[in-house]
Design a protein around this ligand. Structure first.
Ligand code: ATP
Ligand code: MG
Length: 734
């Protein structure tokens, strides 16, 4: 193999790292400086020049997706099948080891992995069985306690709580939980890592086997390793296996999950004499984008401190859009995507990413993309209408609308629990099958002819009455009031509250969000859409509830692009780590949302939020669009937010405010410069207006003075337009 081919496309410090002798290495460098590229080339080098077999190389990545990409790149570079390489996340590697060495790890052969939902449920059962007060010692807290102890490598028997009653109880729960897991052959995520670590400590011959096997270890995203992960690596490497750690302290964003930036400093101590590699040239982003990122992260006091430069072009300024509200923001993003696609016809949708701080922001974006018929894909996090609590609420609404919706009936007949058991439901199914009727008809028949036990009859009548009452109350009230009423009277709130903690909170927020969705549901638009599809007049869906159900069914159906289809990528900032895209949108960059309000007052957490912002900005290669909404409805609440402090930390010279048609607006420093236009037109942003040709709409923005004043109006049917105020002859409504 040609040495130069492996070193092609690398700068001198990158080459030094790739072609170094087999020793410890620490590559500490900023975003987009080619760390992952170095890691991949290093693996190729080890195989081709050092002749290490693929099976003797261990590489740790942060996601399974990254592992997959790495395999592909290695194969492209070397032509060698990477099948035998050990590449994966800490969890997947630990899992693999435990499957091979289940006996030595003291596990049953068919041990089961449990996710954090299962884990919480198990802890709850234990807490109840032990008669511990669930209010004082919340299962959710116990879960957090157990996982963080495991992350520190501690078993219940290792912990000495002394006279601390709270800690004593937690340790007791931890111990009982350990026993239950051991009995049932269950392994949670944190346990995977702890067991794999204990495998090294307790089974010297297994450790020796792997120390003989592996000749080199490589770790990407090292700044986000936690204690147990690092300990696992350190013990494995021992004094025998050289290790390359690659990371960036400015991109440590999992502190809230136990990640330790300090591991970077510890590495230099534990692996004395490690070659330290600094990469300072960024190859990913235009200089405007890079300078903005550097300026933002510079506000963090505790940094190891690195310089990052690029000899690339300045590129476009960063675009900043002040949206009127979250709907306007989503619409703006869609228009930008369409525009970009027209101007860059050879580029693909997957070159575009929309990044946001919290998963709940995705609903509005999703809806806008569906309306605009743009392909999109959401990574991680469930689509809004696929969420359990939303499906439950929608099932009540569906049943109210149509009693013969069997799927809806099955879903909620006993949710919340109303003592209608599986036996009763099976009886209804049999009856319905024999009669060729719906489940609802079977239910009514069962009640009428007393075909069931008195207890079941009482429960079934209760259910039937509930649905009937819902319908009565809901006749004649607005759609969002209907949704609100159904959620409240169904008992779903109490039902989900029983789950307690963060999960219950999220579910309730989502239910609120459903009311918000109903409130912003536009009936005129729904009818217009039907007319466009040539639905005949007498078949038009006129009821807002029916139209809403119709649309949400679409939203949860196959509207999302297939995994392999070309589509815009939507994801949280956390899951964007390590990735890059020519066009990146950072949406919802507002105080309270980003930085998150929970972190704004804690200096350490604020620094982590800022690192997250740095990660976000540095994902962009060519164009970065930052948007924030003046007012945002989220979790059913309307909030008026100011632009994020992070926007203020970007020097104005790299930024430019944009308008929908990408025209240039007032200087960045002047966030709210609309007063002149407001005086001239006598209108306000947000005002509903009527136009002789375009019909009804809402004012999104205004600019200019006197006779030059222009208004931006989003018309219900004709899209968004800029109009000269003097000629538009708008009539104010409401
Ligand atoms: P992050 O911190 O975001 O994980 P990174 O440091 O791992 O970034 P890479 O993803 O490896 O950076 O590289 C960023 C981009 O720069 C990639 O598109 C990569 O192909 C390119 N790149 C890296 N080094 C060079 C080089 N010497 N010449 C040309 N392009 C390079
Ligand atoms: Mg990387």
């Amino acid at each position: 193999m040609d040495v130069t081919a492996l070193l092609d496309g690398l700068n001198p410090p990158q080459r030094d790292a790739v072609a170094a002798p087999l020793n410890h290495q620490l590559v500490l460098a900023g975003a987009g400086s080619g760390k992952t590229r170095v890691l991949v080339h290093r693996i190729a080098w080890l195989m081709q020049i050092e002749h290490l077999s693929p099976g003797s190389i261990l590489a740790v990545t942060f996601t399974n997706k990254a592992a997959k990409e790495m395999r592909q790149r290695i194969e492209d570079l070397t032509g060698i099948s990477p099948r035998h390489l050990w590449i994966g996340t800490f969890h997947s590697l630990a899992h693999r080891l435990l499957r091979i060495h289940w006996q030595q790890a003291n596990l049953p052969e068919n041990f089961q992995i449990i996710d954090s939902d299962d884990q919480l449920r198990l802890i709850k059962r234990i807490v109840r069985a032990m008669n511990i007060d669930e209010k004082e010692f919340q299962p959710k807290q116990a879960q957090h306690y157990i996982n963080s102890q495991k992350d520190e490598g501690l078993r219940a028997k290792h912990i000495q709580p002394f006279n601390d009653r709270w800690a004593q109880t937690m340790v007791t729960i931890y111990g009982a939980y350990e026993e239950a897991c051991q009995r049932g052959g269950m392994v949670d995520f944190a346990e995977l890592l702890l067991r794999a670590h204990e495998l090294w400590l307790n089974q010297p011959e297994v450790l020796a086997q792997y120390q003989n096997r592996f000749r080199f270890i490589l770790v990407d995203e090292f700044q986000d390793t936690n204690s147990i992960q690092y300990a696992w690596l350190r013990v494995l490497a021992g004094k025998v296996i050289p290790m390359m750690a690659v990371g960036d302290d400015d991109q440590s964003i999992y502190g809230w999950r136990g990640a330790k930036i300090e591991n970077i400093l510890q590495f230099s101590k534990d692996f004395a004499g490690a070659q330290e590699v600094k990469l300072e040239q960024n190859y990913r982003s235009t200089s405007n984008i890079l300078n903005a990122a550097n300026a933002v992260i510079d506000n963090n006091p505790s940094r190891l401190g690195k310089k990052l430069w690029t000899d690339g072009e300045a590129g476009e300024p960063i675009h900043l859009y002040q949206a009127f509200n979250e709907q306007d923001e989503a619409r703006f993003i869609c228009e930008q995507v369409e525009q970009w696609k027209i101007n860059n016809s050879t580029k693909r949708y997957e070159n575009i990413a929309i990044l946001y701080r919290s998963n709940a922001q995705s609903r509005v974006l999703e809806e806008a993309f569906i309306r605009a018929a743009l392909p999109y894909r959401i990574y991680g996090g469930q689509r809004f209408f696929d969420r359990l609590e939303i499906k439950n609420a929608m099932a009540y609404l569906r049943l109210m609308q149509n009693r013969h919706d069997d799927a809806a009936l099955e879903r909620v007949i006993n949710v919340p629990a109303r003592a209608i058991g599986e036996k009763t439901v099976q009886l209804l199914r049999d009856l319905a099958r024999d009669e060729g009727s719906s489940l609802w008809q079977a239910l009514m028949q069962g009640i009428e002819h007393k075909l069931l036990t008195p207890r079941a009859l009482t429960s079934l009548s209760g259910f039937a009455n509930l649905i009937a009452q819902m319908e009565t109350t809901c006749s004649g009230i607005a759609l969002h009031e209907q949704v609100d009423h159904v959620i409240k009277s169904s008992g779903l709130i109490e039902h989900h509250l029983k789950e307690k903690g963060e999960k219950a909170q999220t579910r309730l927020e989502n239910l609120d969000e459903l009311v918000t969705a109903a409130r912003s549901f536009n009936m005129d638009e729904a009818i217009e859409k039907q007319l466009q599809n040539d639905v005949p007049d007498d078949a038009l869906i006129q009821s807002p509830l029916a139209a809403f159900l119709d649309q949400s069914a679409l939203d949860s159906g196959d509207t999302q692009a297939d995994e392999f289809a070309d589509s815009v990528q939507m994801m949280t900032l956390h899951s964007a780590k390590g990735l890059e895209f020519p066009l990146v949108f950072l949406a919802g960059v507002e105080e309270g949302l980003f930085p998150h309000k929970m972190s704004a007052n804690d200096p350490e957490r604020l620094e982590e939020e800022r690192r997250l912002c740095y990660v976000g900005i540095t994902r962009a290669m060519e164009r970065l669009v930052i948007s924030y909404a003046e007012s945002r409805r989220l979790h059913g609440q309307e909030n008026v937010n100011s632009p994020s402090r992070f926007i203020g930390e970007i020097p104005a010279e790299y930024m430019q405010e944009v308008r929908l048609k990408a025209t240039i607006k007032k200087p960045v420093s002047n966030f709210f410069g609309t007063s002149a236009a407001k005086e001239a037109t006598g209108m306000n942003i947000g005002q509903r207006v009527w136009h002789a040709k375009f019909g009804e709409g809402v004012i999104l923005d205004m600019e200019g003075q006197g006779a030059q004043s222009r208004l931006q109006v989003s018309f219900d049917f004709d899209g968004t337009k800029w109009l000269v105020a003097a000629y538009a002859k708008l009539t104010a409504m409401e």
